[in-house]
Design a protein around this ligand. Structure first.
Ligand code: ASP
Length: 440
């Protein structure tokens, strides 16, 4: 029997209705044996996620404000689910303990983790699966970093003899026994840790979109779904701001070659996006995705005969390093060297950096430009296709977008284009139109 780990995000578990959809999905496939739930998320736009209610409640307790009302509101969210599923389950004792622990300030991470913990209890009861508390099997070291080896061994040993289990997402415990969470959205990471531990055939990550989209739906109406994407492509797009999965969820699975399938709880028949190590599955379009970010500044350094000065680049970058600033891109010409940085991080350090550059490399001139955006066009299909760059730039020119910078890595996996902030959306739409809408 295939072994699948299925993780459900907060919106998939926000209400009893959503729980029922999840139950149907799990029961429709025997292989869906290990379930990782998030805490209940938003039921509607202005709703509050249970995790946020827990943080708020804990902060109130820290200030000595009575928290009975807030605890009751959180319990009501769970009770609504229990009643809607007709379960014979009471969380009264759990909530009495939680209230006491909040008043005794047992820790902010402990507080946040209760969202997943309680949802896990309900899910296990609803499915008739065993409940496995990750506090006993997912471990962080003394620096707060996941102890991957110890975790993998402990989880693998535990789950080896359990055919079907619910393991709440988002948390584990520290060396001293206190509860610690991953960063926000961290149930994705739990799912991938569990998938690795049970040597799953597939990690299904169920959310409220039908996969990873070719580009941002706030910029392009109804963008197409990417059917297969490699880990490398995902990393490039995620770095540029496209998110659907917690970044740390990739690493444990990439090591094992376990694929991830992003699925939509509300449209379970959609195939979603497969995230894989590599594939000979040809991408549908030449490009896989387009992502980007606004808010960059460029520092353009000019010096005659710069090309003959060995160590010039190192000295320039050292000035940025000494000011604690990381750089994004460094396009260079014969006598010019440009550094792209995040504008908001740069602004405070601007004058120190200019002075540092004068001291370090005695340039002829330093020009600054702000309000720039970077657009990344990513795709394994670009390697096999001639003329991709030509089509991108023709599309941009046609739509009156001035290109300020071009950077193509030798892997030919992506082309990064610098434009002005105000051209950002037009640039993305033009590239989407030429590659996806015209479907060449
Ligand atoms: N409930 C946590 C959050 O809201 C973790 C998760 O949902 O993955 O960030």
């Amino acid at each position: 029997m295939r072994k699948k780990v299925v993780k459900f995000g907060g919106s998939s578990l926000a209400s009893a209705e959503q729980f029922k959809k999840v139950g149907d999905i799990i029961r429709s496939d025997e292989g869906r044996r290990y379930v990782v739930p998030s805490a209940p998320g938003k039921r509607y736009n202005d709703d509050i996620k249970v995790t946020d209610m827990l943080y708020d409640c804990y902060h109130a307790a820290a200030e000595g404000i009575p928290v009975d009302k807030k605890i009751q509101r959180i319990q009501a969210r769970y009770q609504e689910i229990i009643d809607g599923l007709n379960l014979n389950l009471s969380l009264d004792e759990e909530f009495a303990r939680i209230k006491e622990d909040f008043e005794n300030q047992k820790g902010l991470d402990y507080a946040a983790s209760r969202g997943e913990y309680l949802n896990g209890i309900i899910m296990a009861d609803y499915l008739g699966y065993e409940f496995v508390d990750p506090a006993n099997h997912i471990f962080f070291d003394e620096n707060g970093v996941l102890d991957a080896e110890r975790t993998d061994k402990s989880l693998a040993d535990k789950l080896e003899h359990i055919e079907r289990a619910v393991i709440p997402g988002f948390y584990g415990s520290c060396y001293d026994g206190t509860i610690k969470t991953f960063s926000r959205g961290g149930s994705d990471v739990t799912g991938s840790i569990v998938a690795k531990a049970v040597r799953a055939d597939l990690y299904e990550n169920w959310t409220d979109v039908s996969g990873f989209l070719v580009t941002d739906p706030r910029i392009v109406d109804n963008p197409k779904v990417i059917s297969t994407i490699t880990y490398k492509e995902l990393r490039e797009l995620a770095y540029m701001g496209a998110t659907v999965l917690h970044e740390d969820a990739i690493f444990p699975l990439r090591q094992e070659g376990i694929p991830i399938n992003i699925r939509n709880t509300n449209c379970p028949l959609d195939k979603g996006t497969m995230i894989v190590e590599s594939t000979c599955n040809k991408p549908k379009y030449t490009i896989t995705g387009i992502a980007g970010k606004k808010g960059f500044a460029s520092i353009n350094i000019e010096k005659d005969m710069m090309n003959a000065e060995i160590g010039f680049g190192r000295k320039v970058l050292q000035v940025f390093e000494e000011n604690g600033l990381s750089f994004e891109h460094v396009p260079s010409g014969i006598d010019t060297f440009t550094v792209y940085v995040h504008q908001d991080e740069f602004e405070d350090k601007e004058q120190n950096i200019i002075a540092g550059l004068h001291r370090a490399v005695q340039p002829d001139s330093i020009d600054l430009e702000s309000d720039l955006a970077l657009v990344a066009v990513v795709g394994r299909g670009m390697r096999r296709n001639r003329g991709t760059a030509a089509r991108i730039f023709a599309a941009l020119a046609h739509n009156h977008v001035n290109v300020k910078m071009i950077d193509q890595g030798s892997s030919e996996l992506n082309i990064i284009i610098g434009v002005e902030n105000r051209d950002f959306e037009t640039a993305i739409r033009s590239i989407y139109d030429i590659f996806v809408l015209s479907q060449v």
